[in-house]
Design a protein around this ligand. Structure first.
Ligand code: C5P
Length: 217
């Protein structure tokens, strides 16, 4: 695959609801980078699985090759049911290989008017964009993440008890961390950011300081 030269690449991994998406969006805006929330692709495939009796690799390959980025903004992808299905199909190496190709293009060959890319997910710093210029591992305590996700669901009118959100995140953490292919883990060369006690603004300030220093801003 052709790779654009001299672009800024930012790779972020995090457990669910740690605030990585929010920070990735702020980074993309500030530095004019193409943003891909890779979890949305797994959610898209997870939803396909829930809706198709004849779910198979050919269907996934076909659908992912025609995916419209605008569709990834669909609120239907935000349900807990879809998230759970996503974490199940995400264990499958063939599925991960299909998603890998799509992600590589976004990371290394983003549209020309962007100065680079920022991707967030579970295996971005470890597999997808290993050589990224900036690598962040964003986390927060399970309690805080569950509280944040519970509030998000409430805003979307999804009435799920806090206990259930907590349990679901805990199960997903376990599955994402212990799976064989592309497990979530912190690498030595990534910067740890714990958002448990940080506001969105304070967290972004930390990230900006690190990035501006290296970019000589
Ligand atoms: O980030 P989000 O919660 O939307 O991701 C949904 C699921 O997709 C995760 O729990 C994980 O199993 C899977 N995923 C993955 N690799 C990524 C991004 C997401 O396996 N890079």
């Amino acid at each position: 695959m052709r790779k654009r030269k001299n672009i800024i690449t930012v790779a972020i991994d995090s457990p669910a609801a740690a605030g990585a998406g929010t920070q990735a969006k702020l980074i993309s805006k500030k530095y004019n980078l193409f943003y891909l929330d890779t979890g949305k692709i797994y959610r898209y495939i997870g939803k396909l699985k829930l809706e198709n009796e004849n779910f198979n690799y050919t269907l996934v390959k076909n659908k992912v090759s025609k995916i419209k980025l605008a569709y990834l903004e669909n609120n239907l992808l935000l349900s807990d049911e879809v998230a759970i299905s996503a974490s199940i199909i995400a264990k499958d190496k063939h599925i991960r290989d299909i998603v890998h190709k799509f992600q590589q293009k976004c990371a290394y060959n983003p549209p020309k008017h962007y100065r680079g890319s920022v991707l967030d997910g579970r295996d971005i710093i470890t597999v997808q964009v290993k050589d990224a210029m900036f690598k962040f591992y964003i986390t927060a305590s399970l309690k805080i993440r569950a509280k944040r996700r519970y509030e998000e669901y409430k805003k979307l009118n999804k009435k799920i008890p806090y206990r259930e959100v907590f349990k679901s995140l805990k199960n997903r953490d376990k599955s994402d961390r212990s799976r064989k292919y592309g497990p979530l883990k912190k690498t030595k060369d990534s910067i740890l950011i714990n958002t448990s006690k940080l506001s969105k603004k304070a967290c972004f300030k930390k990230i900006r300081t690190i990035m501006d220093k290296k970019l000589n801003y």
